[in-house]
Design a protein around this ligand. Sequence first.
Ligand SMILES: Nc1ncnc2c1ncn2[C@@H]1O[C@H](COP(=O)(O)OP(=O)(O)OP(=O)(O)O)[C@@H](O)[C@H]1O
Length: 260
Amino acid sequence: MDPFTLRDALDIALAALLLFYIYRIMRESGTINIFYGLLAFIVVWVVASQILEMKLIGTILDKFMSIGLLIIVILFQDQIKRFLVELGDHKRWRFLRNLFHHRNPAEDADERGRRLIIPIVYACMNMAKSKTGALIVIQQNVPLENYERSGDIIDALPNSRLIENIFFKNSPLHDGALIVADDRLKSAGCILPVSHDRNVPRALGLRHRSALGISQATDAIAIVVSEETGGISIAHKGRLTTRLSSADLEHNLTQILHQL
Ligand SMILES: Nc1ncnc2c1ncn2[C@@H]1O[C@H](COP(=O)(O)OP(=O)(O)OP(=O)(O)O)[C@@H](O)[C@H]1O
């Protein structure tokens, strides 16, 4: 048997680091069950096929390993998409950008708050009071052009009265989602993918499900004002948080958007 060298230690440390990093990203993107499932499968495969050298189960598991990747991609398309969105999130690689590009994050954050967050929060607060249903999606790193094209292009600066006007019941654009991209109101009346998540409370309908759907398919933030209750909710990274006050909404948006 070869002696245990420094290279082996480094090998193990790197593999452990890689597994830990994948585990963390999968946990954040809500795909952790797949991680556990794959880990269990790999452990069984290594023990049965490689260590105990069991022929029959080893052959079956070997076959699974060779076509496993394909099966996983087919079965878990949505989760893989979410995992890759999380992996490619430029917040993770921000330290690289900061090496070459010096910005003042506090100033950027204040400016963004004034330009974008305050008009949205103010509009949501008013729409919640009047129980006007609304669905607003804020693009982050993943482009939403495909969804923008399903609605009508507006391309206007954020303005609370304009937002309220869009969702006013008799407005031709009130049905569907308003997409905000590059800090502009890009398109209204957009159709979003609907989430099939079974954990969503039954009382919540398609508006909330489509907010969750877009947050599962991309890294966007979706804000819902319920027509029924006036309640404000946020969907981000496949998680729906309901019953937010306008102060909670402002706090959540500030936190998420300022991490950019
Ligand atoms: N796929 C979709 N993409 C964008 N908007 C959608 C989509 N599906 C439904 N909507 C919007 O949601 C509205 C229907 O909301 P519904 O009552 O089913 O949802 P809800 O979650 O119960 O919300 P509310 O509490 O406001 O009633 C539609 O009129 C439309 O504006």
